[in-house]
Design a protein around this ligand. Structure first.
Ligand code: GLA
Length: 410
């Protein structure tokens, strides 16, 4: 006969299995740095010692995160993406980092991050191989979860190349359970719904949210403004489906921030930052923090915009108005305030918005009226009553991001 304690343990394990990932992580969208978009799968350290996928790269980014103020602004994860491991598992079936590029080993790299007040993320794949052809976790889910925990890993992104996609509905929750069972809090990032979307398989939004902390739902970002627009458009059309399951612990990931890379202008970078804040998206930069120019750094470190992104209610904002083909407005309710983003996607001239606060989705029963702060320029807009018409001009391929609050004075 089982003791009461044993029965209780069985019950706890069972409910964890049944109700998914309850690791207490990602209460607000995770912030950090991720190598993929900027550094890809460059494994040639002989010719590219400073930009190949190696421990040096991650340590260099960690140093910049700490010294240049990113960590203190909230960017805490340093995430390894594809191409870190040996091409095959060892004789015990274990994954190992490439010893030439990660000579100190993963545990040492995780220690390095932890000592600096940072966290280490790693990448794997649900299939037989990763998207770049490195060993995947198919048939090794539990083994890999344990290995990551032993190393001291804090986030795991599980991709979905090289596998029968219909297995994901079962396989991703299974991996979540193995991560839970390690006892180490490991934030789980799932690519599962993106693969189902690609195949036209119906997505079980509730299940994704209960088994993943964050999830990719659309194609990879590339270093181009077109790519950013395509992602924003996709997000605009899916907030009704994903919005209800987004909240503390669970966020949709529209992919990395490419601010400070080769393609985006300053206004376009503000637009990406603003839209990721409105969407309650993870803020995972993929750029070279050693050489980034100050104007991009300033955007990434904008405290007020980060505060909108990190709002504790964790509500995913949405597009509330399409004024014309090129002008639209988005709104995200935050704790006691409302973030409004006017977006001009045109490429010709500044566009003027003239919109009632009601149309933006602000509560018109707000007795005190509103005031607002332009979060990029710092300009303060004084008292407006609830029925006011708000006027704003937005530069081509740019945004104005305002935070409306109950007016302090009339
Ligand atoms: C997929 C993912 C990317 C990246 C690459 C690595 O394309 O969506 O984010 O991880 O694989 O190969």
């Amino acid at each position: 006969m089982k003791s009461l304690i044993q029965q209780a343990i069985v019950f706890v394990c069972f409910t964890t299995l049944a109700y998914g990932l309850q690791n207490g992580l990602a209460r607000t969208p995770p912030m950090g740095w991720l190598s993929w978009e900027r550094f890809r799968c460059n494994t040639d350290c002989d010719n590219h010692p400073d930009s190949c996928i190696s421990e040096n790269l991650y340590m260099a980014m960690a140093d910049r995160l700490v010294e240049d103020g990113y960590r203190d602004a909230g960017y805490e994860y340093v995430n390894i993406d594809d191409c870190w491991s040996n091409k095959t598992r060892d004789e015990n079936g274990n994954l190992n980092p490439d010893s030439k590029r990660f000579p100190s080993g993963m545990k040492a790299l995780a220690d390095y991050m932890h000592k600096k007040g940072l966290k280490l993320g790693i990448y794997g794949d649900f299939g037989s191989k990763t998207c770049a052809g490195y060993p995947g976790s198919l048939n090794y889910l539990e083994k890999d979860a344990n290995r990551f925990a032993e190393w001291g890993i804090d986030m795991f992104k599980m991709d979905g190349c090289n596998v029968d996609i219909s297995l994901m509905k079962k396989g991703y929750p299974e991996m979540g359970q193995y991560l839970n069972a390690t006892g180490r809090p490991i934030l789980f990032s799932c690519s599962w719904p993106d693969y189902e979307r690609g195949k036209g398989i119906p997505i079980d939004y509730q299940s994704v949210a209960s088994h993943c902390n964050i999830w990719r739902n659309f194609v990879d970002i590339q270093d181009s403004w077109d790519s950013v627009l395509k992602i924003i458009d996709y997000q605009a059309n899916i907030t009704d489906q994903w919005g209800p399951v987004v909240g503390p612990g669970n966020f949709s990931d529209p992919d990395m921030l490419i601010i400070g890379d080769y393609s985006l202008s300053v206004s376009q970078s503000q637009a990406q930052m603003a839209m990721w804040a409105i969407l309650a998206a993870p803020l995972l930069m993929s750029n070279d923090l050693r050489t980034i120019s100050p104007e991009f750094r300033e955007i990434l470190l904008n405290k007020e915009v980060i505060q909108v992104n990190q709002d504790p209610l964790g509500i995913m904002g949405k597009r509330v108005l399409q004024v014309s083909k090129t002008t639209e407005a988005w709104m995200r309710p935050t704790d006691g305030r409302w973030a409004v983003c006017f977006f001009n996607r045109g490429t010709t001239i500044p566009e003027s918005f003239s919109v009632s606060l009601k149309k933006l989705g602000l509560p018109v029963d707000q007795e005190l009226g509103f005031d607002a702060l332009d979060l990029f320029s710092g300009e303060y807009i004084g008292f407006m009553d609830s029925y006011a018409i708000f006027n704003s001009t937005v530069n081509p391929s740019g945004v104005r991001l305002f935070l409306f609050g109950p007016a302090e004075t009339k």
